[in-house]
Write a protein that binds this ligand. Structure first.
Ligand code: ZN
Length: 245
């Protein structure tokens, strides 16, 4: 690949990573041209070890998140009036891929580092997953494991597909549509009063838009019922630059 700003990479000294500019910490010089290419935003941050998940938890969380992306983004789509079975398959690769970080929650990490003894700085602060790529190409999805409310396997799959979907919405529409869940939340994720509402019983059984927020009574979850919409799934195919002939 031809770097967009080749002169900049020339100025980066050879040697250890500690000599690189702060925003490139942790990346070998050889990866710099790729990071500067296109309109991708290069960003990294040194995460303390306390954010690491235990190995088995990391493996199972990752497995369910990735499974969920394939599960909830596979559906029948309509193109030129004809139905097609879209199948989303997920596999890991090191470059030209979505950037995903799995991490322990901020309160858990602070407790590990400073022994706060569970005196957390807020009920949900740093405990909710979010997708920074709602705002710009190349930023990571942060899937955060909240050990105080471990999600069920169904919820992990819904979470995997939902956060991934923020990238699709930003690419297909715009950042505000993405971070505001198509108008059912504010930009920081507070549910709007006008969002679809469900009563406590019975829980909804219809298929629901994966990317909306809902007004739900406490302890009612719609995580088992979500699926990408026809439009959003077509947007994913469009992003993947698939050509149907
Ligand atoms: Zn969301």
């Amino acid at each position: 690949m031809v770097p967009l700003f080749p002169a900049i990479t020339d100025q980066i000294p050879d040697g250890g990573v500690e000599e690189l500019p702060p925003f490139l910490l942790g990346f070998p010089k050889s990866s710099v041209p790729r990071l500067l290419n296109d309109d991708r935003i290069a960003l990294t941050a040194p995460f303390p070890k306390a954010f690491d998940l235990e190995q088995n938890l990391h493996a199972s969380f990752k497995r369910e998140l990735l499974f969920g992306i394939g599960e909830r983004w596979s559906r029948t789509i309509t193109l030129d009036g004809e139905p097609y079975e879209l199948r989303a398959q997920v596999s890991e690769r090191e470059s030209d891929a979505f950037w995903i970080i799995l991490a322990a929650s901020l309160p858990k990490a602070l407790d590990d580092m400073f022994g706060t003894g569970g005196a957390y700085i807020g009920p949900a602060t740093g405990s909710r997953s979010f997708n920074l790529a709602s705002f710009g190409e190349g930023l990571p999805i942060l899937y955060i494991w909240d050990e105080r409310q471990p999600p069920s396997i169904t919820s992990q799959r819904d979470l995997g597909a939902h956060e991934f979907g923020h990238t699709v919405l930003r690419d297909a529409y715009d950042p505000l549509t993405s971070c505001c869940h198509k108008g059912t939340s504010d930009p920081v994720g507070t549910v709007s009063a006008s969002a679809p509402t469900f009563a406590a019983t019975p829980p909804p059984t219809t298929v629901l838009d994966l990317m909306l927020y809902y007004n739900l009574p406490k302890n009612v979850s719609v995580d088992a019922n979500t699926l990408a919409t026809d439009d959003d799934a077509r947007a994913l195919a469009w992003m993947a630059k698939v050509v149907f002939g």
